[in-house]
Design a protein around this ligand. Structure first.
Ligand code: ADP
Length: 682
């Protein structure tokens, strides 16, 4: 028997492995099984080139559980005593502590860096044995034993078959790994697609109401998964089935892309566009990353562009360096190339479906747009490709490319300054009347009801030249698309003021909402009262909801405009009626106000050109007095209008109808409206 010390420079690497890799203990199984698979593949290669002339035999890798052991056995190339010394004993370990400190949360990095695959066994085992016999002619079987200290022993042993058994004597605090179910699920997670059959125990079947073992190996993996096969030999159903196997709970995918590159890097895989029922379901960690069919991780952040992390599927590449930290990954040139390649493939695929089967593309647009919009928003080069096939959807359900849409609205929706105005609605039902008003004018209204549309609109305004997006309820339609300089407002100032007082006094109190009343000549056939909400403020608030650091806007109340149509019969009627009802009461107040105003203007005129300190205090006080008086009179006048308005059911009814049309009439106010309506019908 030979004794020795494992060639590490740190005192004892095993406590380090245990301590730092604690959270990832389970990967020991992946490491050992993939070593077994590697050794088996090497044997297959040697056999195929004639270097190994013996019988290859059944190459299945076996994982088995004993009372306190886990054994991984293969019939691969095996190891000679010299090879054990070279590959197992002398692990290079320079700068170990620094490295471990830096990457203590990233087991993959540590294991990759040191080639510690095999040593990860010590994360769960107190003692490990390697019983191995090389494929070489006349090789002597050897047994290596190490109990977790840097000391090991190596001795000759009897072993009939070529290959390696790794026996782990499981630590007392790792007993969970002796449970069949646990190992089963780990094998499923890490080994499902290894290229060599891996068996865990025997297949079971039901017999006389019990599960009994059969003679057949329980092979847990598919050694030729779909992504390793030739796309030309696969049918749609194969892709769908593979998807179902990977994501049993998901709906059928929309599209898929089979990736297959050999140069300048190796990458295979299948990416699926999932059908997303709601945005809540969007899940970033669905793509599985493999390295030569060995599962590595389901977090592909930093490897594929952010928007593509929303896709499902598998990527397999030996060229993605896994032994580095995530932050480093993004600057790796291979990773950059891979990321660019995937982006291009995805856009090519979308482009080709768009070109060859536009109908299908449109049908799936509602599910697809979340990916495409996200991509366009976050990835400049994707925008440049996607702008040719990304679609607008209008409120009639028609689809247009950006270019087609521009052509459609160019003649009719260009305003007097040459800006192209894109009208949109985000809710067809709630904004029905505004959409109707716009379409009656021959305008087209887009439907933009996606979660990313607010952000998209802002981006497109920057990308498109001389273009503005505005929601249909942003203002009266002639103000949204201003075709000629504004007509003079027909109504005199005092009438406007009276109308404003009358309507303002009857507006219900709505939490976090403020109203401003204006009058516009909208034509006698247009609605008497409408509510608009300024595009700018609304957009700021919406952005605040999705973006951090804008809470200032989020806190602001919603600002609404109540627009009275001075040309509508009912509004005109109120003006006439108000004159009749209020004139007598208003006249003396108004006369007094005019007088106050006159006096104030005279005083102000006298003070013109004087510095503040040159004006006598008495005079200043006088101005203040007049101002106060004027305010009091104004309030008095408004009170007269308010009293009148309170008795005028038409005013309340018009306000409520406008609120109702915007889904803003609720609770008690709605109830009052219904009662009042019934009274009016009687
Ligand atoms: P890596 O696999 O990254 O090289 P490991 O620590 O996992 O690092 O293994 C070290 C070496 O030990 C391997 O390169 C291989 O030569 C040898 N080895 C490990 N497991 C086996 C096995 N089951 N059969 C044959 N050789 C093995």
């Amino acid at each position: 028997m030979q004794k020795g010390n494992i060639g590490v420079t740190t005192e004892n690497i095993f406590p380090v492995i245990k301590k730092f890799l604690y959270s990832d203990h389970e990967i020991f199984l992946r490491e050992l099984v993939s070593n077994a698979v590697d050794a088996t593949q090497k044997l297959k290669t040697l056999s195929s080139i004639g270097e190994f002339k013996g019988e290859v035999g059944d190459l299945t890798v076996h994982v088995s559980l004993g009372k306190d052991t886990i054994t991984v056995s293969d019939r691969g190339i095996g190891l000679t005593a010299e090879e054990i010394d070279k590959y197992i004993n002398q692990i290079a370990f320079s700068g170990a502590n620094d490295f471990l400190e830096k990457y203590k949360n990233d087991a993959n990095a540590i294991i990759g860096h040191f080639g510690l695959g095999f040593y990860s066994a010590f994360m769960v085992a107190k003692k490990v044995e390697i019983i191995t016999k090389s494929y070489r002619d006349g090789a002597q079987a050897v047994k290596w034993t190490c109990d977790g200290s840097p000391e090991f022993t190596i001795e000759d042993t009897g072993k009939a078959e070529r290959g390696t058994d790794i026996v782990l004597y499981i630590d007392d605090d790792c007993k969970e790994f002796l449970e069949e179910a646990r190992i089963s699920s780990l094998l499923k997670k890490y080994c499902s697609f290894l290229p060599i059959p891996v068996a865990f125990g025997k297949k079971k079947e039901w017999k006389d109401g019990k599960q009994v073992e059969t003679d057949e190996d329980n092979v847990i993996n598919d050694s030729t998964p779909l992504w390793t096969q030739k796309p030309s030999e696969l049918k749609d159903e194969d892709y769908k089935k593979f998807y179902r196997d990977l994501y049993p709970m998901s709906d059928e995918p929309l599209f898929w892309i089979h990736l297959n590159v050999d140069y300048p890097f190796h990458l295979t895989g299948i990416l699926y566009f999932p059908k997303v029922k709601s945005n809540i379901e969007l899940n970033k960690n669905k793509i599985q990353l493999y390295c030569n069919q060995v599962y590595v991780t389901d977090s592909v952040e930093g490897i594929v562009p952010d928007f593509l992390t929303l896709l499902h599927g598998v990527l397999d590449s030996p060229d993605i360096p896994l032994n580095v930290s995530r932050s480093y990954l993004q600057s790796d040139s291979n990773v950059k190339k891979i990321s660019t390649y995937i982006t291009k493939k995805v856009s090519d695929r979308l482009q080709s479906i768009f070109k060859n089967d536009r109908k299908q593309f449109e049908e799936k647009w509602n599910d697809l747009n979340i990916f495409i919009n996200y991509g366009m928003l976050t990835q400049e080069d994707f925008y440049d490709r996607a702008k040719d096939f990304s679609l607008f959807n209008d409120t009639d359900g028609k689809y247009y490319t950006f270019e087609e849409y521009k052509t459609l609205i160019k003649d009719n929706q260009t305003d007097k300054d040459g800006n192209l105005i894109y009208l949109y609605a985000n809710n067809k039902d709630e904004q029905y009347s505004y959409i109707e008003t716009a379409t009656n004018k021959g305008y087209n209204v887009l439907l933009m009801d996606g979660h990313l549309d607010i952000a998209l609109v802002s981006m497109l305004e920057q990308k498109f030249e001389k273009a503005r997006f505005t929601r249909v309820d942003g203002d009266i339609i002639d103000h949204l698309i201003v075709k000629e300089d504004k007509k003079n407002e027909a109504l005199e100032a005092d009438k406007q003021e009276a109308l404003s007082s009358i309507f303002k006094s009857q507006l219900p109190k709505i939490d976090k909402a403020e109203f401003n009343v204006t009058t516009q000549a909208l034509g006698e056939n247009a609605t008497p009262v409408m509510i608009t909400q300024s595009e700018y403020m609304r957009r700021m608030k919406e952005m605040a909801n999705i973006q951090a650091g804008m809470s200032f806007y989020g806190e602001m109340p919603d600002m609404f405009n109540i627009v009275l149509n001075s040309e509508h019969k009912l509004v005109k009627g109120i003006l006439v009626d108000k004159d009749k009802e209020c004139a007598a009461a208003v006249a003396p107040v108004q006369a007094e106000m005019d007088e106050v105003n006159k006096q104030r203007n005279e005083l102000k005129k006298k003070q013109e050109g004087k510095k503040d300190e040159e004006i006598p205090t008495a005079e200043k006080d006088q101005v203040n007095e007049l101002d106060k008086k004027w305010e009091t009179l104004k309030t008095q006048k408004e009170g007269i209008y308010a009293d009148y308005a309170a008795k005028n059911k038409v005013v309340r009814q018009l306000i409520d109808l406008a609120l109702l049309q915007n889904g803003m009439l609720k609770g008690e106010a709605l109830n009052n409206f219904v009662k009042r309506s019934l009274e009016l019908i009687k």
